[in-house]
Design a protein around this ligand. Structure first.
Ligand code: NAG
Ligand code: NAG
Ligand code: NAG
Length: 537
């Protein structure tokens, strides 16, 4: 208790003078942009100076405004070559295809090229970085592996880490704070010496939970070996000294903290180092969302029936692209429940397939958080993207989860542990009875609602809120820089000593020798006793 008080006191003292933070966020994907913007805003709200450095890669993201209280935004225009390398992918095939790692390989290559070019661009023209030099940043925050839609592929985006290391070195920033808009990453754990055995920590290419069967663990282990052997960091040299190679592994190991988008009250429990700070839920402010006003149109729609269901498959994969068979099943289910109103995020004008049902409303865009915060929404049918799962958990809504690809299967398994949701396979969307049963159960069985609400309360009552966790750790890092006292010895242990293979062998030999000894002595003694009898016969 005393320690906690002095810790808080120390931080309050730190607050007297604001720190300077640099948040580095190349613009090429929504999820990580949103997460880093939230981090920047939270630090700004706590009274610090935050500079948001945003090299543009894909033009359309230049106009997406996620930042609110952070005003100092430095854009870097892309070279023609970089702009031409920007990757936008079409995921609609995953509606009726399994998502395997191999399908993502071309995208990995594309991302690799993109970051290499960004590095070349920056090296060519260091003026922006030179201007930033005078600001004397205390800490740098960046996305460890920029996930996009292709969350699993992010292994290869290690180039980005190299690039950031080069920037940190050039600007002389003593505290580098990698952040991750996903829940966890085995490579990130490994680099800081956190337990990350493939028996307990699923890789990003898998959709497994924490409770893996033998084939799943086998697959997970093979994937782990594959990436350890074949993923290498391409060489990048220092901006200051072109002779000097950047050592990204060392740089990562020396980072004082890492911020991850997982939440310990929602996610699987696992062994963590003090360096891993879980700030999942930082984007959700329940008080604020409950105050948001819905438009009159939505007010009317929600007042028609006692029960209302929101259907949305997110913004990465579109409802309009789903197979006609799935659309027809959903419409038939909705038709069979005339006493329930359904709002469906659907991205096309032409909805003639829906037979003008009186209890079905389409919208190209839905105010998802405001709807989830409204007590009249009874259930949410979703693709289980991390953002949606976190939001519905905070708002306490029972859900039918229909994961399509990437980490969505994992997210649905995470939520299932809290007993407030039902998971269906995407292929079940062609099965009327299964879908109708799931919707009926989630609407009628009180237990789902009670469990969802309990989770929501727990998330809101967390001992330390994600916002406080971020601000306090970021301040501590800015104040003290690198924290070698948090660097575990296990980081440098060999595979054999970490997994106790030498100890097991040692005991094995001793036990083996004793057993062998006992067997030999018994045999000898036995033969000694038995021999006289034979003589008698
Ligand atoms: C933060 O920004 C303000 C306004 O730009 C500036 O006056 C102040 O010196 C900055 N603080 C630090 C610690 O650099
Ligand atoms: C959440 O929103 C409320 C109302 O806008 C605000 O007073 C509060 O400070 C916010 N909480 C956090 C942690 O940002
Ligand atoms: C969910 O239900 C299972 C089985 O009834 C139970 O063991 C588990 O503790 C429940 N989980 C929560 C979070 O209530």
């Amino acid at each position: 208790m005393k320690n906690t008080i002095s810790f808080v006191f120390l931080l309050c003292v730190g607050l007297v003078s604001p720190f300077n933070y640099l948040v580095f966020c190349p613009l090429y994907a929504h999820s990580h942009h949103k997460f880093l913007a939230k981090i920047a805003d939270t630090l700004s709200d706590a009274g610090h100076n935050v500079t948001f450095l945003a090299p543009i890669i894909i033009r359309k993201y230049e106009n997406v405004k996620y930042l609110d209280s952070t005003k100092d935004i430095v854009y870097i225009q892309p070279s023609k070559k970089l702009e031409s390398l920007g990757v936008t992918s079409d995921y609609s095939k995953f509606w009726n295809q399994d998502a395997t790692a191999i399908q993502f390989v071309p995208a990995i290559r594309a991302f690799t090229k993109m970051f290499e070019q960004l590095y070349e661009d920056l090296k060519e023209d260091l003026t922006v970085l030179d201007e930033l030099k005078n600001r004397k940043f205390d800490a740098l925050v960046f996305e460890f592996l920029c996930p996009t839609a292709l969350r699993e592929l992010t292994f290869k985006n290690s180039n980005l880490k190299l690039l950031v290391s080069a920037i940190a070195e050039y600007l002389d920033i003593k505290a580098v704070l990698p952040s991750l808009s996903m829940t966890h990453h085995p490579l990130m754990s490994r680099l800081i010496g956190e337990p990350s055995s493939p028996s307990v920590l699923p890789s990003m290419i898998s959709s497994f939970g924490d409770d893996m069967t033998f084939p799943e663990r086998l697959q997970n282990t093979i994937g782990d070996i594959f990436f350890t052997l074949f993923v290498h960091f391409p060489p990048m040299t220092s901006f200051k000294n072109p002779e000097k190679l950047i050592d990204v592994e060392d740089m990562t190991a020396r980072s004082p903290f890492m911020f991850m988008n997982g939440n310990p009250y929602l996610d699987y429990p696992r062994p963590l180092l003090t360096k891993s700070v879980l700030i999942g839920g930082i984007s959700v402010n329940v008080t604020q969302l409950k105050q948001e006003k819905l438009s009159e149109n939505y007010n009317q729609i929600l007042s028609k029936n006692k029960k209302n269901v929101l259907i949305s498959f997110g913004s990465m994969i579109f409802s309009k692209d789903m197979p006609q068979e799935y659309k027809d099943t959903i419409v038939r289910v909705i038709e069979s429940r005339q006493d329930v109103t359904f709002i469906w995020k659907y991205e096309e004008e032409d909805v003639s397939f829906a037979k003008n049902l009186p209890n079905l409303y389409f919208s190209k865009w839905v105010p998802q958080t405001a709807l989830l915060a409204d007590s009249r929404i009874s259930a949410f049918v979703t693709h289980a993207g991390l953002g949606s799962v976190t939001e519905l958990s905070y708002m306490g809504k029972p859900a039918v989860l229909i994961p399509i690809f990437a980490d969505q299967l994992r997210n649905s398994k995470t939520l299932a542990r809290h007993n407030g949701s039902i998971t269906l396979s995407k292929y079940d969307l062609s099965d009327f009875d299964k879908l109708r049963n799931a919707i009926d159960t989630i609407l009628n069985e009180e237990s789902f609602k009670i469990n969802a609400e309990r989770l929501s309360q727990q998330l809101q009552d967390q001992p330390v809120s994600p916002q406080d966790l971020l601000v306090r750790h970021a301040e501590f890092a800015a104040k003290y820089g690198e924290l070698p006292n948090l660097d575990p010895c296990s980081r440098q242990m060999s595979f054999i000593s970490f997994y106790m293979i030498d100890i097991i062998l040692f005991f094995g030999v001793i036990i083996g020798s004793v057993v062998l000894g006992v067997v030999l002595i018994t045999r000898w003694a036995f033969s000694f006793c038995v021999r006289p009898k034979q003589k008698v016969q």
